[in-house]
Design a protein around this ligand. Structure first.
Ligand code: NCD
Length: 324
């Protein structure tokens, strides 16, 4: 299968993809438009191209992941690249090697792209300053998770035809969520209006500065919204107790059909996964293909990651004589 035309996204001038903050609406649109072409490739019988033939992608994960790691792996392989997976569990990180030592070791093996997830905010940027290859942030602490926001935007845009003017409620554990932060940047840049909804303990102070409206009541927060995006309670990042009990949390902030009735009649429900059924979201609603975009979000994840790998390696291909 031939790769999408090389002139689909002129002017994407980033060496790394570390966050949505700092990306222009044109950059975001270029990535989303290119992703559309990869949705088609992924739905075709022959899913593989040779765009990344001879290129090496290393997935370096210092935190657990199912869909992000798998979809980056699939994305690299569907583009014909060689993909290596490394997790902190099985690497020398366990023996006390620092982030930078690990980065320098991998750098010496001359990869073309490093995809990095790390529990500390800012760690991926630090690493990008030490290596010669392109770096993609697959989630750093509570800071950013740019490819998640891009895949969310792609899923919304495909169903609603646009992002501008939509009213989006991001609900739950905003405080610990890099997904929330990247989505707030992206949706704001693309002209959507964003609300954050959750208990005061899980909303960062001064989040209004990011251009969002804050609600502590779920029904009021999602009233009239086009999109209701639920977030996981990130207990692994909590020190101490942020919610009284899971039961009580679901009662006030869990999304079920009754609360969803406050949103627009055709409002769509999203969740980045992994979801805690019966904690953030009612199980039956999560599986309702008319209301829930959750399955599509996962599908869009592969396409968006292919687009990111494609764009970041374009300069390598043109340096090598335009051998796309
Ligand atoms: C998110 C993450 O890791 O930040 N998950 C994901 O990438 N699909 C959200 C989460 O872990 O709750």
């Amino acid at each position: 299968m031939s790769p999408p035309a090389a002139d689909l996204s002129p002017g994407f001038a980033h060496r790394h993809i570390l966050g949505i903050e700092g990306m222009s609406p044109a950059d975001i649109t270029a990535l989303l438009d290119l992703s559309e072409a990869y949705v088609e490739q992924n739905r075709a019988h022959e899913k593989k191209s040779s765009l990344l033939r001879g290129r090496t992608v290393i997935n370096l994960f210092f935190e657990n992941s199912t869909r992000t790691r798998t979809s980056f792996e699939l994305a690299g392989k569907r583009l014909g690249g060689d993909v290596i997976n490394m997790s902190a569990e099985s690497s020398s990180v366990k023996k006390g090697e620092t982030l930078i030592d690990t980065a320098m070791t991998l750098n010496a093996m001359l990869p073309d792209v490093l995809v990095v997830r790390h529990p500390d905010s800012g760690a991926v940027k630090l690493l990008s300053e030490k290596v010669a290859c392109a770096v993609i942030n697959a989630g750093d602490g509570t800071h950013e998770h740019p490819t998640q926001a891009l895949l969310d935007a792609l899923a919304i845009r495909r169903r609603r035809g646009r992002l501008a003017g939509l009213q989006v409620a991001v609900c739950g554990d905003i405080l610990h969520s890099r997904v929330a932060r990247s989505n707030i940047h992206l949706l704001g840049a693309m002209g959507a209006r964003v609300r954050v909804v959750g208990p005061p303990t899980l909303i960062p102070s001064a989040i209004e500065r990011m251009g969002v409206e804050v609600f502590h009541d779920m029904r009021a927060g999602i009233a009239g919204c086009d999109i209701v995006m639920m977030l996981r309670l990130q207990t692994e990042r909590m020190q101490g107790s942020f919610v009284p009990s899971v039961r009580e949390y679901f009662h006030f902030y869990g999304l079920d059909r009754e609360k969803l009735a406050a949103a627009k009649p055709d409002a769509l429900v999203m969740h980045p996964g992994p979801m805690n059924r019966g904690v953030e979201i009612d199980s039956d609603l999560a599986d309702d293909i008319d209301r829930s975009l959750i399955r599509e979000q996962v599908e869009m994840g592969v396409a968006v990651r292919m687009a990111c790998l494609d764009l970041l390696t374009r300069s390598l291909r043109s340096n090598a004589g335009g051998a796309a």
